[in-house]
Design a binder for this molecule. Structure first.
Ligand code: PLP
Ligand code: SF4
Length: 435
């Protein structure tokens, strides 16, 4: 299958769009002028059920919907498209709306960018002691775009917000100076958008210098298995990729695909099964993760089905995330209590081999916070929370309480249950004061 992409420019020529009402196309045009939009022929032909597109989870995953923008933003954008001819002016309106959608949640632009010799290393993020995120320039796009994505400022080309780095030499240099780092995560966008030749240019310097670092795991965050599994089966460089992965594994490195799957349907095509088998044969591991999203997968049965299918294909369930506070969060949001219920409903109906998954988890400024439960302590209803990861390694694994709030959808709405501050806030202030 040859890759064919559709964006705002040409989506009206999507073959399946013949019987789609004009109103739906109009909504795509308006909302797609703000949020990222790109879809490809694999998603269109193999994943979306066109007879029920309106309620189809993959349609909601990839096509902008009217309610993803609040009415105020929708109207503003529609008015601009109707009345302005000047592309630059239209662009200013959409950029302005984008800036109001919290494009860099959880301190991504400031707190997590490391520096060396007084220079900020854009293209790297180092938030948790043992793992560095690497954003190769050539991986800043995806095979198709998810409408909920918090990486979206990288695709829509607001340049001053773009993280990028040209050479992995800077990464290697950083790793040589930071032996606390055991894991490197290639992320993007989707690093598996790269051709094998380009990927090799990034990976070889790391492999060549691995002995001078403490790197033991290389992870690749990717949605390619959902959006373009052909990458590892029929693309002209599919075998080259397998060879590179094999080479990494044979170096004694734990190579892990952090595969993003949002719905069991993404695991059901013959080609994704074949891609997984071929990848697993190189010796790499596949771990899976996804956010929990209204309109896409907010159903315990769907997650149980998805985890079971993943394990049957030799993939390891890893994280269930709560949708971040960015972009169209209001559209996808699930309350914290509901997220916990959905997680439990799924967790209870699978066996222990699927329960390697952790969640529901929020990636927020102090760390990854898991909702362990809704409990009553001293006659007070509380959320029991726990750090799965934290900015200060001392906090990891610690649990704490927040006041129960039936409407809360994100961490920053929570208040300490028994204190005037959370235990980590005191230390956070100290940290800030030191800087
Ligand atoms: C989730 C995350 C990681 C990876 O954390 P693990 O728990 O080791 O999977 C690394 N960096 C950032 C910024 C993250 O949000
Ligand atoms: S594949 Fe990943 S980075 Fe790309 S749009 Fe989807 S969530 Fe975002």
């Amino acid at each position: 299958m040859k890759y064919k992409a559709y964006t705002l420019r040409n989506f009206r020529s999507i073959p399946q769009f013949e019987n789609i009402p004009e109103e739906v196309k109009r909504n795509i045009e308006v909302v797609g002028s703000v949020l990222p939009f790109k879809v490809n022929n694999y998603v269109l032909d193999e994943l979306i059920d066109w007879d029920n597109y309106d309620s189809d989870p993959i349609f909601h995953l990839t096509f902008p919907q009217k309610d993803m923008l609040v009415p105020r933003h929708y109207n503003k954008m529609e008015e601009a498209l109707d009345n302005l001819d000047n592309k630059k002016e239209i662009r200013q309106i959409s950029d302005n709306i984008r800036r109001q959608l919290n494009p860099h949640p959880a301190g991504q632009t400031d707190k997590n960018v490391p520096s060396m010799n007084g220079r900020s290393l854009w293209g790297l993020q180092h938030k948790y002691r043992e793992i560095v995120l690497f954003f190769p320039t050539a991986g800043q796009t995806c095979h198709s775009y998810c409408t909920f994505c918090f990486r979206w400022p990288q695709f829509v080309g607001i340049n001053d917000m773009k993280f990028a780095m040209k050479e992995s030499e800077v990464l290697v240099n950083y790793l040589q100076n930071h032996h606390e780092v055991t894991d490197v995560l290639f992320t993007g966008g989707d690093p598996m958008i790269m051709k094998s030749k380009v990927f090799e240019r990034y990976i070889n310097p790391i492999l060549d210098n691995i002995e001078t670092t403490n790197v033991q795991t290389i992870r690749i965050g990717t949605k390619s298995l959902s959006f373009w599994p052909n990458k590892f089966v029929t693309d002209s460089d599919a075998d080259d990729f397998l060879r590179i992965f094999k080479k990494i594994v044979e170096k004694g490195i734990n190579l892990a695909f952090m595969a993003h799957f949002s719905h069991p349907r993404e695991l059901e095509t013959p080609i994704v099964e074949e891609a997984i088998t071929r990848l697993r044969n190189t010796g790499l591991q596949i771990r899976t993760q996804s956010p929990l999203l209204q309109h896409i997968n907010n159903d315990g049965d769907v997650w149980a089905d998805m985890w079971r299918k993943q394990v049957n294909l030799n993939c390891i369930p890893y994280y269930m995330f709560i949708a971040r506070d960015t972009g169209a969060q209001h559209y996808f949001a699930v309350t914290l209590e509901e997220a916990w219920k959905t997680f439990r409903k799924a967790y209870q109906q699978v066996s222990g081999v699927c329960r390697t998954v952790r969640g529901p988890s929020m990636s927020c400024t102090p760390g990854k916070v898991q909702i362990l439960g809704v409990n009553e302590v001293n006659q007070k209803k509380v959320f029991t929370l726990r750090f799965l990861q934290s900015r200060d390694p001392e906090w990891t694994g610690r649990s704490f309480f927040a006041e129960y709030d039936k409407d809360a959808i994100w961490f920053d709405e929570l208040k300490p249950a028994f204190d005037d501050h959370f235990f980590f806030e005191e230390e956070e202030e100290l940290l800030v004061a030191e800087e």
